[in-house]
Design a protein around this ligand. Structure first.
Ligand code: HEC
Length: 208
């Protein structure tokens, strides 16, 4: 069996440590702290870099004792952030703002949506290219006489028909997004920007 020997000097030393550790405490001074970095963590913010070289000096365990432990915690990020640089082709969160207009609320869409892209040559060019890929086969080259699929896919309407000609851009955007009647939705194939570009091109077809 193991025996524990408490020597007198050991007891005195322990008592001294306990008492000594408490001295000086009061007010804003906590006295001597054991493992202070357990209590005072330096916040690790993903979008900022800690630029104070002395940050973390007092708990320093870094390989370079001249610089604080938390300083420049990710020197590889060129944007001054702690997080790693996003991988190539990362999509910005803002592009995922949910589209909250219900499927059957065409009037609401027409009232509150407006095209954020002006009818510039570049926008119209892109809108036309996309129209030829995604709409032509049903709506035809001019949006009035059905295309190859439209000939067999009954019910394709002309963009210049009385029901469509006066519809606003928000309505057109909503139709492309959710589809309407027998027309299917295109939100998963076309980005928001691409849908608005097509709207510009459809409006040009409506004027012909
Ligand atoms: C598979 C065939 C098909 C494709 C592809 C298609 N449409 Fe349609 N589209 C239709 C049909 C069918 C209708 C009539 C819907 C209905 O029943 O009211 C229609 C209706 C419309 C209308 C009129 C909606 C209204 O207010 O009545 C617009 C505008 C329109 N489509 C735009 C587009 C655009 C832009 C594209 C390409 C992004 C496209 N469509 C792709 C079949 C298609």
């Amino acid at each position: 069996m193991r025996k524990y020997n408490f020597s007198l000097s050991g007891v005195i030393l322990l008592t001294g440590l306990i008492v000594g550790g408490c001295t000086g405490a009061g007010g804003n001074d906590q006295g001597t702290e054991y493992a202070p970095n357990m209590y005072h963590s330096v916040a690790y913010e993903p979008l900022i870099q800690i630029t104070d070289e002395s940050a973390g000096m007092w708990v320093n365990s870094s390989e370079n004792p001249a610089v604080g432990e938390y300083y420049s915690s990710n020197p590889n990020n060129p944007y001054g952030m702690n997080m790693r640089e996003p991988v190539a082709n990362t999509v910005r969160r803002g592009d995922f703002i949910p589209y909250r207009i219900p499927k059957d609320s065409f009037e609401l869409a027409e009232r509150i949506l407006s095209n954020p892209f002006d009818s510039t040559a570049a926008v119209v060019k892109s809108g036309k290219e996309l129209y030829l890929k995604f709409c032509l086969h049903c709506h035809g080259i001019d949006g009035q006489t059905p295309g190859k699929v439209g000939e067999r896919f009954a019910g394709v309407v002309s963009y210049t028909s009385a029901a469509v000609i006066n519809k606003g851009e928000g309505h057109l955007f909503h139709v492309i997004t959710f589809g309407k009647g027998r027309m299917g939705p295109h939100a998963s194939q076309l980005s928001v920007k691409e849908r608005w570009e097509i709207v510009r091109y459809v409006q040009i077809l409506q004027q012909q």
